[in-house]
Design a protein around this ligand. Structure first.
Ligand code: SF4
Ligand code: MG
Length: 331
């Protein structure tokens, strides 16, 4: 399959300068050597708790952060080296857009839906004239299943779900090929979440879009993601295609996340791994445990786990796990 995005050995470290409260400089390894690639037309689910580095990965891809090291390719062009404001990168990044978690803070409260959508239509698609703009605005509104009656409204008179659909329409107005969705439904009511997910999935098919879908909710990805990567404290602990991941979840952390999913049917209850339970809080990314970073929460941990960092091992084609339980024989 044709790759749209490739991330190689991405690192993003932040330095907390020493000051009144911090005795010496601290390095926060928010993303620490992460690699993956996304095929054209695919939904790639990036899953983790807060502090796992998943949003930092997204921010590096859209150019909000400059990586500490590593490479990012969009349609085979390297996009990580140059700052976002520079023309060259901008050209390559034009096809990449981002939808944020909170639609209220990402929409200008002083602009109507029409005005919000006009800006990118003029800028990215060079559309001119009232008639043409109105036609395109109507199309966008329809694509996100909003009624035309909302076009002259301000964000404050829209519900959370409607606002998020305006954010999605605004991103579509930029004519993207690849969209980073950072928890796009987490701020919404459960009843509205499903609708927004359905719209996103349909847009993906109809417009041949590719998504990096960032979420803390592994169950949300079950019906839509083509590949899933689970992150823990800045590293990938498991990466697989949808089928392998949900039928054969292998890293103890992934199994824990899945067993926390509320069950719907008896059949699903039987499928649910029961042998793990997460304990304790996620450690601070400025103080990552030695060895396997999950060892202080893992009920499968053994002596080696606190001493040696596990490698990311391919246990089946395209299915990678970072855990000593899967070490090759003889090691
Ligand atoms: Fe658990 Fe050890 Fe595997 Fe880490 S390496 S996930 S501590 S069993
Ligand atoms: Mg986040």
């Amino acid at each position: 399959a044709e790759k749209i995005l490739e991330v190689e050995n991405l690192k993003k470290h932040f330095v907390l300068e020493k000051g009144v409260f911090i005795k010496k400089n601290k390095i926060i390894k928010a993303v620490n050597d992460v690699s993956f690639s996304i095929n054209k037309g695919e939904i790639f689910g990036l899953v983790g708790e807060s502090g796992s580095g998943k949003s930092t990965v997204g921010n590096c891809i859209v150019g909000l952060y400059k990586p500490t090291s590593g490479k990012i390719y969009y349609k085979s062009e390297r996009i990580d080296q140059i700052a976002l404001q520079e023309k060259e990168t901008k050209k390559y990044r034009d096809g990449i857009q981002m939808v944020f978690q909170d639609p209220t803070s990402s929409l200008n409260p002083r602009r109507t839906v029409r005005q919000i959508l006009e800006v990118p239509l003029k800028k990215y698609r060079k559309i001119k004239g009232r008639k043409n703009l109105d036609r395109e605005i109507k199309k966008l509104i329809k694509m996100v299943e909003l009624s035309p009656g909302n076009i002259n409204k301000f964000p404050r008179s829209l519900s959370g779900g409607q606002k998020q659909r305006v954010s999605i329409a605004r991103v579509l107005a930029c004519d993207p090929e690849f969209i980073v969705l950072d928890e796009p439904t987490s701020a919404l009511d459960v009843s509205v979440q499903a609708k927004v997910i359905k719209i996103l999935n349909e847009l993906r098919k109809n417009m041949e879009l590719s998504y990096l879908f960032i979420t803390h909710d592994l169950s949300l990805m079950r019906n839509i993601a083509d590949q899933v990567m689970v992150m823990y404290l800045g590293q990938a602990c498991e990466l697989a295609d949808n089928e392998s991941l949900y039928n054969n979840p292998s890293h103890p952390y992934t199994r824990t996340l899945l067993s926390a999913i509320p069950v719907v049917s008896e059949a699903e209850e039987k499928l649910k791994p029961k042998d793990t339970e997460v304990e304790g809080e996620i450690p601070n990314p400025s103080n990552i445990p030695d060895g396997c970073s999950f060892h202080n929460r893992c009920d499968k941990a053994f002596a080696k786990c606190s001493q040696l960092e596990p490698e990311f091992i391919e246990i089946a084609p395209g299915h990678f796990v970072r855990c000593h339980l899967y070490a090759k024989r003889g090691e």
